[in-house]
Write a protein that binds this ligand. Structure first.
Ligand code: ADP
Length: 352
């Protein structure tokens, strides 16, 4: 793939750092909010673009609980990183006219961590726990009675003096987010009144998301440029926003302009080594490996070992998009390339 020569060089901040992928799932520093508030997350369900059915069922639940003046049912959101789970939790709190405490399951290690969080909640407040599948068993058990009866059942004292104490807590809504629904225990899953999957976005929805953020950033974007960006975003708003920001760097540095043209987008994607399908080097290495070893399906662990990648990253970040494109097939004996994937690899070989 051609890499353009430009005044931006290898050490530029716009090039992904080693080990980090611009189309990857890790949250990069640039993904955090702009302090000037110009790069805002949508704050209402109406501003949240796409996924109409999901929004309708959340809207119904919000309106019903506002009508009954009750707190909202617990909600479990699952789907790949960057699809808007945190954004939804924050805007649900906004629509419920309450606040949202945001945490990550990896930060809740000891029972006192979750007890402290629950005791600190205000009435009807929302607690958002990201990566909820990572909660340990003890924490989950404390959460069960908290979610069901708004009580904390705690064992206090030691040895002979051990006794059970039940403490009432304020009514609250737990919104859990996960990329791994299967890793959530059944008792935990059963305690969520609403369980919603967030799918990858359509190209049309991504175009609207790109226009929305271009507007927030004070940029003009040409229709064709927007379409190329949307097609390269792997169905994921977070990636669409990153690519838009990278294109902005090019427009401003190379053209001294705030207009994102088709040429600017192509240069930005080339620079990041992302092709017009949104595939980067990790994706290409993955399917090339299957192409070069196409005698039969290959197990994920074998692919991960050969590529020197983490198998979980391949399974949850790389594969879903390749499956969505129809480039690979999952079989009980492993992964293999589809005819579409083979076609892509053949074209890739011609380009080299
Ligand atoms: P997740 O929690 O699923 O990893 P986030 O909620 O952090 O994803 O979303 C990543 C970025 O994409 C945020 O900047 C968010 O505002 C934006 N985003 C996600 N979904 C939408 C959407 N439907 N409409 C507009 N922006 C969105």
């Amino acid at each position: 793939m051609a890499i353009i020569s430009s005044s931006l060089n290898e050490s530029d901040s716009s090039r992904p750092k080693k080990g980090l992928r611009i189309v990857g799932s890790e949250i990069l520093p640039e993904d955090t909010e702009n302090k000037k508030g110009r790069f805002n997350r949508p704050e209402t369900l109406t501003e949240f673009i796409g996924h109409e059915e999901l929004k309708q069922s959340i809207r119904l639940a919000i309106d019903a609980s506002l009508y009954r003046e009750e707190c909202l049912e617990h909600i479990l959101l699952y789907g790949q990183p960057g699809l808007g789970k945190t954004t939804l939790a924050l805007l649900i709190a906004n629509e419920m006219k309450t606040t949202c405490k945001v945490t990550n399951a990896s930060l809740i290690e000891r029972p006192r961590d979750i007890v402290g969080l629950l005791l600190g909640l205000k009435s009807n407040e929302i607690l958002f726990i990201d990566e909820i599948h990572r909660l340990n068993n003890l924490t989950q058990e404390i959460l069960y009675s908290a979610m069901e009866d708004f009580k904390l059942d705690l064992t206090v004292g030691a040895n002979r003096g051990t006794r059970l104490r039940s403490i009432n807590i304020k009514k609250f809504t737990l919104i859990g987010a996960t990329t791994k629904l299967a890793s959530i225990s059944n008792p935990m899953r059963d305690r969520f009144g609403i369980c919603q999957k967030i799918e990858l976005y359509s190209v049309t929805d991504l175009e609207s998301i790109i226009s929305y953020y271009a507007n927030c950033l004070g940029l003009k974007i040409e229709k064709e440029a927007n379409s190329i960006l949307a097609n390269s975003s792997r169905g994921t708003p977070r990636i669409a926003l990153r690519l838009l920001k990278r294109s902005r760097d090019f427009a401003q540095v190379m053209k001294n302009s705030n207009t994102i043209s088709k040429d600017v987008v192509k240069s930005a994607l080339n620079y990041q080594r992302i092709d017009n399908k949104g595939l980067d080097q990790t994706d290409r290495r993955f399917i090339n490996f299957l192409f070069e070893n196409n005698s039969g399906p290959i197990g994920l662990d074998a692919i991960a070992a050969a590529l020197g990648e983490d198998s979980s990253m391949l399974e949850f970040v790389v594969e879903p998009y390749l499956l969505q494109l129809g480039f690979i097939v999952r079989t009980p004996r492993g992964r293999k390339l589809s005819s579409l994937g083979e076609q892509y690899c053949n074209e890739l070989q011609k380009d080299i």
